[in-house]
Design a protein around this ligand. Sequence first.
Ligand code: HEM
Length: 508
Amino acid sequence: MSTLLVAFATVAATILVYRLIKFITRPSLTLPPGPNPWPIIGNLPHMGSVPHHSLATLARVHGPLMHLRLGSVDAVVASSASVAEQFLKIHDSNFSSRPPNAGAKYIAYNYQDLVFAPYGPRWRLLRKLTSVHLFSGKAMDEFRHLRQEEVARLTSNLASSDETKAVKLGQLLNVCTTNALARVMIGRRVFNDGNGGCDPRADEFKAMVVELMVLAGVFNIGDFVPSLEWLDLQGVQAKMKKLHKRFDAFLSSIIEEHDSSSKNLLSILLSLKDEKDDDGNHLTNTEIKALLLNMFTAGTDTSSSTTEWAIAELIQNPRILTEVQQELDTVVGRDRIVKEEDLTHLPYLQAVIKETFRLHPSTPLSLPRVASESCEIFGYHIPKGATLLVNVWAIARDPNEWADPLEFKPERFLPGGEKAEVDVRGNDFEVIPFGAGRRICVGLNLGLRMVQLLTATLAHSFDWELEDDLNPKKLNMDEAYGLTLQRAVPLSMHPKPRLAPHVYSITS
Ligand code: HEM
């Protein structure tokens, strides 16, 4: 009997102590406010078909720091500059990995790439390799002539395009950004660009990149309700596996056809496959393909579609286009094409590009991060494992930050304007198209330079007429959603050369 009593007392005491510990260690803070979740799927239905729009609408009700329950995963959404700064600057080290997701598993070689690599030594190695060999000041200078040659090619193709047929600008821009990057990474172009027309493989490649961004932008139920992953309810995982095979074939052929004596990023990566570098680093074939995949997907359509938005804004705003052209005519003249060295002398153009990145950030929800540990932000409890979404798009349209937030007004970034000192490089949190903190876009220098050079060249070299004499005021500016922000209706236009004719005959 006494043994039974002792056992009972022990169990009761254990339960009491357990409850006491739980009570003492309970988070004394509450989660940030947010919409009520549904059973099992939580707030997934709230994401809607264009999540950055839906989340912006929800933030107007629940505030700039919001909590959602996506299936069984906690998510927090930052929708103001000050909240974003808390996560990406003050608590950056706690949010420097990305959450698990099907895209990383099925497309990006099971996290063996740079974009999804967990924060740690392998991420550091891949990031260092690309930062040093592709995006450092020295590398950017070394490869300047390649970018200029590709832009000159685009200009000359546009000038000689069939006057009776409108050109699809986005597609040609994509060929240009892909070839410019490919020449640096693998030492050669990957697409032809016949007179004004395109390599059919380039159409296919852009479609693949856009499909990847659309799939990566879907809130895949299996990522948030792991017990349902095997059902692949939206068919996303099956599409990812199929797409991965197409990319893998493309990347494998690049590696097979590579001239190992050429000097470029791929040669450096391949040399690290066979032998370790001075720091003892070594790469596998899969890691090399995964890195190429990142560069060719994150680094091409982001820049080309931002340029397409910039040109669309200029066409819709003829006064601004005229000012850009006047600045270019003064600084560059009409007897040559724009060079990268000109860019620093074009403050109005620079303001136009900032304003384009503000209204049309190519990655509107940035890329998700994950909380490695629980933390406190603005008095709220952020649980360990929570996914962080930064609504870059909503922040850049926040009426508390921006006057007339929906209007395209480059002057706001010029001396005397409300944001004269603000830049897009991740230090001013009201406009962070490239993200911020230690996982900020590694290709920022290249992306920014390409968008500036392409927009300047297109505005300088041509006047533009919309297909079927469409009134610029009627131009459709709707967004189609993926992980990146595409135009719902691609720009279709007639380029009208405006420089001395000999300028357009420059090809490499
Ligand atoms: C208009 C141009 C571009 C925009 C707006 C853009 C935007 C972004 C954003 C928002 C992120 C996430 C940052 C974060 O988590 O805070 C990112 C990451 C990344 N971007 Fe870009 N990007 C652009 C161009 C490029 C280019 C040209 C490349 C390479 C050729 C590139 C490669 C990457 C990579 C590899 C990452 C992952 C970095 C990491 O996880 O450490 N991007 N980019």
